[in-house]
Design a binder for this molecule. Structure first.
Ligand code: PLP
Length: 471
């Protein structure tokens, strides 16, 4: 069970146990927690939130006394309440899991590809996939395109956002898109000509290209171990594009304090924040942080995508935006005839309707959590520290300079492993060097083989700490 973000204020006078009970009650009333959901043990929740077990136990006792939760002997604590929203859920009874999907691979370069960005098709259940495509083909062809997106798709997105991203979104604020990058391009076309848009540096260069193609002036913003450096955002921007859940490519999670600061500045200075939540569903051993869109629905455009969750070939994503932005995007769609295709939306909605989407997400998380542990262990054993492993499906190994990065890429390529360097993720001259190592794409056996290659000296020349190894 995925817990929604639970925000506790240690400086407040209200006792932490009361705050925690309030947060859990609110999550239940809002539908993020449902009847039958199993809460973590008091010990596990205390560890996740970094508070004492006495606090979690007191909060649970309070909720038990009020009847929000029930304790089953030896089986844990369960939510008792069903909020009204859950009753119109589209989920039906779960289907048994079938075997892994036999994946049709497009033309790929020879070797094991450890470049970031590919989804984990190993985790896709073939029976569920087939069932969803069949269901998607059931309705007659659409008469006219729906610029907003199919109601069933938007309903599935609302449910997904509430359950897995802690964002209560009104279906009317959700638009279907053709994916996050396409959504950035659509948004960029609604900005005034020459608008100055802040982007993370290093950052996602397809978003940078989409912004530039629409005539925006891109302003690189620094990132550090706590994500985008909000204090460095200059005045006079029309928008800031960022990846708070797992900064692309360095992998930091934007700190809670910076999230609040960014939203407050957006409000005060009148800019829009574009939150690209491209792999936000993937997080390991760390507490969730509130989405920017949850903190500032009036100033944040939230972008989600099925590309990492399922596959980019579906070509579906979603956008949750304040009314003015949504209207501007729809006006642009009307003027240009651009609109998201419905086939992928139908497949996504069918996966959700059969309960296969949350089941897939659980399987994906399990698979990627194991892979991430293997990556960290293999590189750790070789004395190679990694960054950005708390979330997503890639990690970063920093190197001393561009020459070391090039040496690493070429050395791995000679041994049949394709690596990605940080250099190409900069809008300006590279300010940081290293390898972006994606672990979702290859089949598991290939990944383990490639890790043995990547972790083996002496070809990895140029590390800062020990010349001849990674830093
Ligand atoms: C930061 C970031 N945003 C978005 C995407 C892709 O999203 P989509 O396929 O929906 O355009 C990627 C893919 O690698 C990404 O790295």
């Amino acid at each position: 069970m995925e817990l929604p973000p639970l925000t506790l204020d240690r400086t407040a006078e209200r006792p932490l146990a009361v705050q925690l009970a309030d947060a859990l009650r609110a999550a239940t009333a809002g539908g993020a927690l449902r009847a039958g959901d199993r809460l973590p043990s008091t010990r596990a929740l205390a560890a996740t939130l970094g508070i004492s077990r006495t606090v979690t136990a007191a909060a649970y006792d309070q909720l038990l006394a009020e009847g929000w939760v029930a304790a089953r002997r030896g089986a844990g604590t369960y939510v008792q309440h069903t909020p009204p929203r859950a009753r119109c859920s589209t989920a039906t009874s779960p289907q048994p899991d079938a075997g892994p999907v036999a994946v049709r691979q497009p033309d790929r370069p020879a070797g094991v590809d450890l470049r970031a960005g590919t989804p984990c098709l190993d985790a896709l259940d073939r029976a569920a996939w087939r069932r969803a495509w069949r269901a998607a083909a059931d309705p007659p062809p659409d008469l006219a395109p729906d610029p907003v997106g199919l109601p069933a798709f938007r309903g599935a997105v609302v449910e997904h956002l509430l359950r897995h991203r802690g964002l209560p979104a009104d279906p009317d604020t959700v638009l279907a898109t053709a994916g996050s990058t396409a959504a950035v391009a659509e948004l960029a076309r609604t900005f005034p000509a020459g608008a100055r848009v802040g982007v993370e540096e290093p950052g996602y260069q397809r978003a940078v290209s989409a912004l530039r193609a629409a005539g925006c002036a891109v302003v690189p913003l620094p990132v550090d171990a706590a994500g985008l450096v909000v204090d460095a955002v200059p005045p006079g921007l029309a928008a800031v594009y960022c990846t708070p859940a797992h900064q692309y490519p360095l992998g930091a999670r934007l700190s809670a304090a910076r999230r609040v600061a960014l939203v407050e500045r957006a409000r005060a200075e009148g800019f829009v924040v574009v939150e690209d939540d491209y792999d936000g569903e993937l997080r390991y051993d760390v507490a969730p942080l509130p989405l920017l869109a949850a903190l500032g629905p009036d100033v944040v455009v939230h972008l989600g995508t099925a590309s990492k969750l399922l596959t980019p070939t579906l070509g579906v994503g979603w956008l949750v935006a304040p009314p003015a932005v949504r209207e501007a995007v729809l006006a642009n769609r009307a003027a240009t005839g651009c609109r998201p295709a419905t086939a992928g939306q139908r497949v996504f909605a069918a996966l959700a309707a059969h309960g296969d989407l949350p089941r897939h997400l659980r399987r994906l998380r399990r698979e990627l959590s194991g892979r991430r542990a293997a990556v960290v262990a293999a590189l750790g054993a070789a004395g190679v520290p990694v960054r950005g492993d708390e979330a997503g499906a890639h990690v970063v190994v920093e190197l001393s300079d561009g020459a070391a990065e090039q040496t690493a890429i070429e050395g791995a390529a000679r041994r049949g492993v394709l690596l990605d360097g940080l250099a190409r993720h900069h809008a300006g001259p590279p300010s940081t060097a290293g390898i972006v190592l994606g672990y979702a794409g290859p089949q598991r056996a290939d990944l383990l083989h490639a890790l043995a290659v990547v972790a083996a000296p002496p070809w990895m020349q140029g590390g800062r700490e020990a010349r001849g190894g990674w830093i």
